[in-house]
Write a protein that binds this ligand. Structure first.
Ligand code: PFF
Length: 444
């Protein structure tokens, strides 16, 4: 709330940059390339694209409709429509907490890598360096704190003057840097093998695990299932076209994920590294790639600036979800909410960071705390999405949702039939099937 009246985006472009900023993040630049590397390259990319098209678009539009209709952040939005469903919004607020507390740890790593790249401080043995850095009890927590402070400052400045302004600058800059780096990577001698690996679906690599990984990644990457888009949508005016926005935002997010693969995998192949090296791909493999590349220092610096921008435009959305909840529900002022919540999230992130080092033997269901938080978010987001589909289809009602999307018939809704079938039947069913599968696979 600004001046007692609910804040609004300055323009639809501002909203798109903010929503795409939330979507484009570590999920695209860090997770997507290594998940593709691990899950068979092209076949993962193909499944991912199909899920974005069918489920990603559907849920994004659903969240935007709930947010704009109620003009409230997620918990109160569900509550306003049907009190019994407010717990779905509560799950989202909790998920925001959980995600930001591991997200800021990785955001801190990115800051450290940016700093080290600038001062030339990354040794040749990048694997040993990464291991010793993340297990250190002090340095990663220091960078984590810097990352949280930057996040808090932007959110403190509010919707128009903070989040929108930051995203309108960082998102286009990120895109330009990413295009430069992709061109550099794809023109390296030997890059062809990486491009082929990335683009050729090898169906023998298709397993249930690929589909589970792709579904989780779609939710995480598009910031779906935890009310983030509900919250951002609540600052949207009635004259904006939700259908168009729900196509543009996933399109931009997917474009960046695909480009990230083009920026990273060809270079990995060109210098003879393993694409399936997992989470270390960005922090272990890439610094070696930059080391070997002509003008690698400049490309490395640019790359980590890019990742930092992406991470910040996402972390602010995660913090905003919880801040907006405190404002809407508990009538807290923005300043108090930002200070208390960011501090709390930082405190939770400390054990998450330490779980890479001195707390590594504290195990929950066979995971260290960091991996456990990631696992919980991988469950909560699709669960939130599933409940949202049921909520729209059977509780709020399709007629009300459609009236919101079309602004009572003022806008055409070309994909109305598709969206209706997807949200009522196909999307929830698909998530249930994947869940059941995962339960079997994980033998929980
Ligand atoms: N979409 C972000 C990424 O890809 O890094 C992560 C994220 C942000 C997830 C906001 C969920 C969310 F609500």
């Amino acid at each position: 709330m600004e001046n007692g009246k609910r804040a609004q985006w300055g323009s639809n472009f501002g909203f798109i940059m903010a929503a795409a900023g939330s979507a484009v993040g570590l999920g695209n630049l860090w997770k997507f390339p290594y998940l593709a590397g691990k899950n068979g390259g092209g076949v993962f990319v193909l499944i991912y694209l199909l899920i974005v098209l069918f489920i990603g678009f559907t849920i994004m539009l659903g969240e935007m409709a709930i947010g704009r209709s109620t003009q409230l952040s997620s918990y109160n939005a569900y509550r306003k429509i049907n009190k019994k469903w407010s717990y779905v919004g509560a799950i989202g607020v909790i998920a925001g907490f959980i995600i930001l507390s591991f997200y800021s740890v990785v955001g801190g790593w990115v800051l450290n890598y940016l700093y080290q790249t600038v001062i030339g401080g990354i040794p040749t043995d990048t694997s040993a360096y990464f291991g010793s850095f993340i297990s250190d009890p002090i340095s990663p927590i220091f960078w984590d704190m810097v990352f949280m402070i930057a996040t808090a400052i932007i959110v403190f400045k509010g919707i128009g003057g903070g989040i929108e302004k930051a995203c309108k600058f960082m998102m286009p800059a990120l895109f330009v840097i990413l295009v430069i780096i992709s061109i550099r990577a794809m023109t390296l001698p030997g890059a062809g093998a990486g491009i082929a690996f990335y683009l050729t679906p090898d169906f023998s690599k298709l397993t249930a695990g690929t589909i589970v990984a792709a579904l989780g990644q779609v939710f995480f990457s598009l910031s779906l299932g935890m009310g983030c888009i509900i919250t951002y949508g609540s600052y949207l005016g009635k004259e904006e076209n939700l259908e168009k926005n729900s196509i543009i935002v996933p399109f931009l997010d997917t474009l960046v994920a695909l480009l990230a693969g083009f920026a990273i995998l060809p270079a990995v192949f060109a210098f003879g590294f393993e694409p399936g090296s997992g989470p270390g791909l960005m922090f272990i493999t890439l610094p070696q790639v930059f080391d070997k590349m002509p003008l690698g220092w400049i490309f490395g610096t640019l790359f980590f600036i890019l990742v930092l921008f992406a991470a910040l435009t996402s972390s602010i959305s995660l913090l905003e979800v919880t801040v907006a909840y405190m404002q809407d529900h508990h009538k807290w002022g923005r300043t108090k909410a930002v200070i208390v919540l960011s501090l709390l999230m930082f405190l939770i992130s400390i054990p998450a960071s330490l779980s890479m080092g001195i707390l590594s033997n504290v195990q929950i269901l066979g995971n260290n705390l960091f991996d456990f938080l990631v696992l919980i978010s991988d469950i909560l987001l699709p669960l939130g999405g599933l409940l949202m589909c049921i909520f729209i289809g059977y509780v709020w009602g399709m007629d009300k949702a459609l009236a919101e999307i079309t602004n009572n018939g003022k806008f055409p809704f070309k994909l109305k039939g598709f969206w209706t079938i997807m949200i009522k039947y196909i999307a929830p069913l698909a998530v249930i099937v994947v869940f059941l599968n995962a339960l079997g696979i994980l033998k929980l």
